[in-house]
Design a binder for this molecule. Structure first.
Ligand code: NDP
Ligand code: OXD
Length: 320
């Protein structure tokens, strides 16, 4: 260990994955792991960098010497909501493994709904051998992605490889080969063409509750899947869950795959659990690989210490 600036780790992740990654990480720095009870009352003023996921609200007040904050994930709503947040650069986690995982989830769910996954799973439980006639092809289905950032843009390209028609919506218009894109003003035109809606938006003041009955009722109802389908792996706070349950029950939505929820873990009494047309994953679409996270932090800290600008810095004003 040298006298290089100390790194504070406050990651509310699976503890084992943090413990496995820590011994190889930051070899020439002091690491203060807040998951270790021995550090509970430690003086944190010597730490220059913090790597956090859902940090202790008191952490930033105690760590008064910080120069930058690193999010343990791509999203930063868990940091921006901290009422003691200092005015420091916040760096998102952007990494190939995370991007690949998210695209796998989006492709998996799109194929599940295209290929009648619920019906065949039901048939299997009843030992029924029956092929569904008129199987649509991916090329007959339009997948509309809300949020064309790092994750949405990659998912778009991978869905295209499978033959889906892909369109996308984001605040500013994007240029992605073979993908028709819309800016904020094009929402209605975008929704009206969408058979499978994919939510990959960050949670901000503008996106809170955006997936609601009004939005679902503007999705295409003339597609080959027999009704619009909603996939959300962005943030649960963007979905109105009462509207979701109602729309999934009255046919406004045919089905949904949900990885994120307003309150996590999803409460045991949520009606979403019991709906036969909903597939639930426990915020597992694209978990951060902790070793990759620590490598990314090391790289960014090195940049900063070499006088280069940090990458993937959050714009506090837009909230992502
Ligand atoms: P980016 O910041 O790269 O992209 C965000 C996209 O959303 C951009 O295209 C942005 O538009 C668009 N956007 C933001 N606000 C609005 C708005 N008000 N109206 C229209 N478009 C908007 O984020 P990532 O792609 O890396 O990640 C997206 C989110 O995915 C994360 O914030 C996180 O919440 C979630 N996530 C979930 C995971 C899981 O396991 N379920 C794992 C990782 C991330 P523009 O391009 O114009 O700025
Ligand atoms: C993230 C997440 O933001 O895991 O990376 O949700």
């Amino acid at each position: 260990m040298t006298d290089k600036s100390a790194i504070l780790i406050d990651l509310r992740f699976d503890r084992e994955s943090v413990l496995r990654a820590l011994p190889e990480a930051f070899p020439d720095r002091t690491v203060i792991d807040m998951g270790d009870p021995a550090n509970r009352d430690r003086d944190l003023s010597s730490a220059s960098y913090a790597v956090v996921w859902k940090p202790d609200p008191e952490l930033f007040r105690r760590a008064s010497g910080l120069k930058a904050i690193f999010s343990g994930g791509a999203g930063v709503d868990h940091i921006l909501s901290n009422y003691n947040l200092p005015d420091l650069p916040i760096v998102r986690f952007v990494d190939r493994s995370l991007t690949d995982r998210m695209s796998e989830w989006v492709v998996w769910q799109s194929l599940h709904h295209l290929r009648n996954g619920f019906v065949y799973a039901d048939q299997q439980r009843s030992r029924v051998w029956r092929e569904i006639a008129d199987q649509p092809e991916a090329r007959d289905v339009t997948v509309g992605i809300m949020g064309l950032g790092v994750l949405g843009a990659d998912a778009a390209v991978k869905l295209k490889v499978l033959g889906f028609r892909v369109i996308g919506w984001s605040r500013s218009k994007k240029d992605i080969s073979g993908v028709e894109t819309f800016d904020a003003n094009g929402l209605d035109e975008f929704l009206g063409q969408t058979d499978i809606l994919v939510g990959l938006l960050p949670l901000t003041d503008d996106t809170r509750g955006i997936y609601n009955r009004s939005l679902f009722s503007r999705l295409s109802r003339s597609g080959v899947l027999g009704g619009p389908i909603f996939l959300n792996a962005g943030r649960g706070g963007s979905q109105n869950e009462d509207d979701l349950v109602a729309c999934l029950s009255d046919g406004t939505l045919k089905a949904a795959s949900l990885d994120v929820f307003v309150k996590e873990p999803l409460e045991r009494n949520s009606s979403l659990w019991g709906l036969p047309n909903v597939l639930i994953t426990p915020h597992a679409a694209a978990s951060s690989d902790v070793r990759a996270l620590f490598r990314h932090v090391e790289q960014q800290v090195r940049r900063l210490e070499n006088g280069e600008p940090l990458q993937f810095v959050v714009d506090r004003l837009s909230g992502y």
